[in-house]
Design a protein around this ligand. Sequence first.
Ligand code: ATP
Ligand code: MG
Length: 415
Amino acid sequence: MKQSQLVTKTRREAPKDEVSKNAQLLVRAGYVHKEMAGVYSYLPLGRLVLEKIEGIVREEMNRIGGQEVRMATLHPSEPWKQTGAWDNVDVVFKIQSRTEKEYTVGQSEEEIVTPIAKEYIESYKDLPVAIYQIGQKYRDELRAKSGIMRGREFTMKDMYSFHETQEDFDRFYQLAKEAYLRVYERAGLVAKATEASGGAFTTKLSYEFMVLTDAGEDDILYCDQCSYCANVEITDEQEGQSCTRCGAGTLSRAKASEVGNIFDLGTKYAKDFNFTFKNKEGGEQHPIMGCFGIGITRLMGVIVEALSDEKGIVWPESVAPFHVHIVEIPSESADVHAEAGELYRELTEAGVEVLWDDRDVRAGEKFADSDLMGIPLRIVVSEKTLTAGKFECVERESGHTSHKSISELIGHLTA
Ligand code: ATP
Ligand code: MG
């Protein structure tokens, strides 16, 4: 894409009301637009990043047998009253229609997915099943000062699984845990799985997936030797104690952000909706249910918080809106523009995603914008390029510079 045609422009100053680093950088670089506290629109660059993150999540959920759906977002109030969430869950928005009917908007979707599953699951032969979606969620959050990391509207991947036995649930739970760790790793992050108590309706164990960042709203204790990690809210352990898991390490305390979690819901929702299936012995039985969430927009915010530097955003290649940023240095010579255009055409034809800064703007401004936007590889096209026959290539993350011809670049980028 040509940058001259991009709807958005960068801005030098962060908006005064944004206190979080992720929102400051994302607004300045033109990825998001704030509508009100906790509600953002995702602009062309931001939408591209979300699509990349969603693609990774979708691949990993499909790999463990998840079936993607798109459930309704506007919900009748009745199933929410049936499970008790209408009165007990404080973040539920309550919408009054002019017909006096009450509705809510999805803050989670057990109330919608359980009746759907009940409709089709009749026998143990229909189990297990895992249904997921990637979509908008709405929560009446009291505080929304963490930019896109805590929204009143946000994007979540939510998966719900149904099982015949506890053993089968445990098997799937383990698969999902491994899939989650792959998602975070592919998105350029190191996540730790905590052991924590379950949600509002269950005393069963759950995992929270935590990424260390000062912007996080959770406090965790983690072992400096093994993968043990616990939320400070629930554990009796203290900082400085030796690790009970491995015995070798010491527990450190840090701020972290919860980028996903998985819960064993037991038979709570199956009972609420009178959902049973015919078991092997011919009797009726409630399925065991699990729910598995990943905060897609929160993950994007955490990537910005964890990987950015003083110049701007640093996207890992896997989620970057483009792989390459061609920065054409304006010149009297029409050849520079022609050379940049040729490079753009060849890279695009080779399947490389390219943003071409073809604007008539000073070089310094272009470099500052490029650093702010965070595309992994910058290729500079200037008069010098024409004489040298090679392009200057600068890696955003390391600042490492090299010089490559077009064919070397294509070889390198499509390897
Ligand atoms: P938190 O403790 O941060 O409020 P939660 O326990 O309410 O999270 P879940 O209801 O399990 O979270 O939602 C699943 C995932 O969705 C969370 O792990 C988190 O990554 C993300 N998430 C939850 N609330 C928000 C929000 N308000 N804005 C953005 N992402 C969110
Ligand atoms: Mg919450």
